[in-house]
Ligand binder design. Structure first.
Ligand code: G6P
Length: 485
């Protein structure tokens, strides 16, 4: 009681995501833990959970059988002691069926509007159910009856339902980091009802944009018959709130990075390398949803249509290896490799190479320096839940210069109307947009950058996480009122 008055949150907080904030890496000296990159860990590590640090439950990133038992035990202890994290074990076969299969060959393509890439295989759906159950079993061992549990992303859509069934007094939140597709797309999924039922185990379901929330509400109404009022769905016995929480970045980290000696060092190197060149930057994970081949072709079109850029503009395209176990990703890799090599082969001169291509994950220091130097950032995914790269670029531009060319089908476009918005399939349109961006007057750049940076600087990942947890806590009250009715 006294703690409640003091405002200290006493109940346990647990975050569950497919990947933990640290991953196991196998090196020459054995196993070690390395931080997983991404904004989620940063955002969630900063939220206030009273005097009890949050617990994490997730997968270590490596198949069980690849971990020698003795070393593995040490890693488990280290995870628990240093990171407050509990590992969910997965074998290679389970990863193939669950992760490469249902998660990344069914849900990922369908939710990103690639129905022809979507595989419907009953044994991968079975594995999805089993592995969600495995996450639950590990969680159930460590969670308290009245815990607050925040489940993340499309790999764990059945988990909220499993938790609510056994722990009716827990507060369960779910956030989807990818788009929720329109009903016409979602209805193609054979397990559509089970997925919705699983999600509705949560008390609060969050999406990046209003459109995703609207699509979800419409699927729930049409498939399960539950209507909503002001985003509150009344199921048979509970109230579930659906709301919009656009995820942000660790703004201050990107804002202040320019002062770091390591960033300054990279910066002088790239200033030298791209002296006299217009630099167009593009940064993604390798994924067909990112529209990488079209972007490269659009740059070729720019060079054809506006020959003044031949010899004076460079496209630097950085692609992080991703999901290499899924065949479609490797096909895309070949396509990108061939496209870049063809264009460079045809157009390079003795002192100019049009496309610089890195199939590697860039470091924070490299990205920070590149964001500050790039004249244009090209973000043209065919579909993207949010896209945080665009936000990182804005945070880094303390000089209020630079232009963002942005796909209208990225979630982030909803917040950035001052960017040059493009249709990511419109090759000519992207080429023209790059030209417009490269010619934008300094005053106009300042005007647009100011507006976008002012808007986003407060909407950090820390703000996002705290707002979600605050709304989840409010749901306790609403559920009590609902039960009383
Ligand atoms: C997207 C998903 C995340 C996922 C990340 C990297 O951002 O929303 O859930 O972790 O991609 O993909 P991976 O398959 O390597 O975890």
């Amino acid at each position: 009681f006294s703690h409640a008055i003091l405002g200290i949150v006493m109940n346990q907080t647990v975050f569950v995501s497919n990947r933990l904030t640290v991953s196991v890496q196998k090196g020459a000296e054995g196993l070690k833990l390395v931080p997983s990159v991404g904004g989620l860990a940063t955002g969630l590590s900063s939220v206030s959970t009273g005097d009890r640090p949050p617990l994490w439950v997730g997968w270590s990133g490596v198949a069980q059988e690849d971990l020698p038992e003795e070393e593995h035990q040490l890693i488990r202890e280290q995870l628990q002691r240093d990171h407050n994290a509990i590992e969910v074990p997965l074998s290679q076969e389970e990863m193939d069926l669950f992760y490469s299969g249902f998660c990344n060959d069914t849900i990922w393509p369908l939710f990103h509007y690639f129905p022809t890439f979507t595989e419907y295989v009953s044994k991968t759906w079975k594995a999805y159910q089993e592995i969600n159950q495995r996450f639950f079993d590990v969680l159930a061992d460590v969670m308290e009856d009245d815990a607050t549990v925040w489940v993340h992303d499309y790999q764990l859509m059945l988990l909220p339902g499993l938790i609510k069934k056994k722990f009716p007094h827990a507060q369960v939140g779910f956030f989807l980091h990818i788009p929720f597709p329109s009903f016409e797309m979602f209805r193609l999924l054979p397990s559509r009802e089970a997925i919705l039922e699983g999600l509705l185990g949560a008390d609060l379901i969050g999406f990046h944009t209003y459109d995703y929330a609207r699509h979800f509400l419409s699927s729930v109404r049409r498939l399960l018959g539950f209507d909503h009022s002001m985003g509150i769905i009344r199921t048979r016995n509970r109230a579930v709130k659906v709301d919009v929480f656009p995820m942000g970045i660790d703004w201050n980290r990107f804002l202040s990075a320019g002062e770091l000696p390591a960033v300054k060092e990279v910066r002088s190197m790239i200033d030298l390398r791209y002296a006299g060149q217009k630099l167009i930057l593009s940064v993604d994970r390798l994924d067909y949803s990112k529209g990488i081949p079209t972007r490269i072709r659009a740059f070729r079109r720019l060079l054809e249509e506006y020959p003044e850029y031949v010899g004076t503009a460079t496209l630097l395209i950085i692609v992080s290896p991703s999901r290499e176990s899924v065949p479609r990703y490797m096909e895309l890799k070949r396509e990108v490799d061939e496209l870049v090599s063809d264009i460079n082969g045809r157009l390079s001169t003795l002192n100019w190479v049009p496309i610089h291509y890195q199939y590697q994950t860039a470091s924070f220091e490299e990205l920070s320096a590149l964001y500050r130097r790039a004249d244009v950032l090209l973000v043209t995914p065919l579909r993207d839940g949010m896209n945080l790269i665009a936000k990182e670029y804005l945070a880094a531009r303390t000089d209020e210069q630079g232009v963002l060319v942005l796909s209208e089908t990225a979630g982030v476009a909803r917040e950035l109307s001052e960017a040059i918005l493009v249709n990511p399939s419109d090759l000519d349109g992207i080429a023209d947009a790059i030209n417009t961006a490269l010619k934008q007057a300094r005053e106009e750049q300042t005007h647009n950058m100011k507006a976008m940076r002012n808007r986003l600087q407060r909407l950090t990942v820390q703000y996002w996480a705290q707002e979600f947890l605050d709304k989840l806590a409010e749901m306790k009250q609403l559920q009590a009122e609902h039960r009383a009715k």
